[in-house]
Design a protein around this ligand. Structure first.
Ligand code: HEC
Length: 216
């Protein structure tokens, strides 16, 4: 009896673990969360999508942002096989906010993660691009962007596809200290202004005394 209870308990725990740690796992062609490689280096699209050729996957965008700054990033998936004619992606960050720009991607704001909405057809050169925005957090820190690109053959399954995952670091920095500089230059300006007025008073004073000296 005890065994059955503990077995049921383990099964329940396993079920919970799977549902908690595999968010959205069923919606594969409509995008999938938790498979960017952020959670674990093996938790990527390649876990299921195999058998095809690996695409060339690259993330482009600023490698340094000021705190709170927003910039556009682009993931490029270049298929290396004529039969892999569409692509999908998974992107997750360690901090900050992802924002989708077009209908081809969607964001889970709780997970800070972005994925495709449907397989996106590559151009004639086999290239598929996805653009999105990223807003840096409010404190300086290195942010890791985990990304995975998957070139698929649109054969309604995960075989004959190829996926690659990698990382990109965005250095989130404090804004330049322009306020201090402005204060320093305005102090200088005031000092110069004061010297100028003193010189003016001196000149007028000399002129007045010269005139009154002549008259006398
Ligand atoms: C748990 C296994 C699994 C993982 C992990 C997975 N997928 Fe899938 N994916 C599938 C299955 C199964 C299908 C086919 C069923 C369907 O279309 O929903 C599929 C279909 C797709 C399709 C459409 C395929 C086609 O040929 O039209 C795309 C695009 C896709 N997945 C992208 C991704 C991306 C990108 C990732 C990683 C971020 C990923 N998948 C991770 C299982 C997975």
């Amino acid at each position: 009896m005890k065994n059955i209870v503990s077995m049921l308990g383990s099964a329940l725990l396993l079920f919970l673990a799977l549902t908690v740690f595999t968010p959205d796992a069923m919606a594969a062609s409509g995008g999938i969360m938790g498979r960017s490689g952020r959670e674990n280096s093996v938790m990527t699209c390649a876990l299921c999508h195999q058998g095809g050729a690996e695409p060339i996957v690259a993330l482009s965008g600023p490698a340094s942002l000021e705190v709170g700054e927003t910039a556009t990033y682009m993931l490029t998936i270049t298929s290396t096989s004529a039969s892999q004619t569409a692509a999908g992606l998974g992107v997750a960050v360690t901090n900050g906010f992802l924002l989708n720009l077009d209908d081809d991607t969607r964001v889970d704001t709780d997970l800070d993660e972005l994925t495709h909405t449907q397989p996106k057809t590559a151009d004639t050169a086999g290239i598929t691009t996805f653009s999105f925005e990223y807003t840096a957090p409010d404190s300086p820190q290195p942010v890791r962007v985990f990304y995975a690109g998957n070139a698929v053959n649109q054969a309604s399954g995960a075989s004959g596809d190829g996926a690659v995952a990698d990382q990109f670091v965005i250095d989130v920095v404090a804004p330049p200290t322009s306020i201090t500089l402005n204060q320093a230059s305005s102090v200088d300006g005031q000092a110069i202004g004061l010297l100028g007025s003193m010189l003016g008073v001196l000149l007028v004073g000399t002129a007045v005394s010269c005139i009154s000296f002549k008259r006398a």
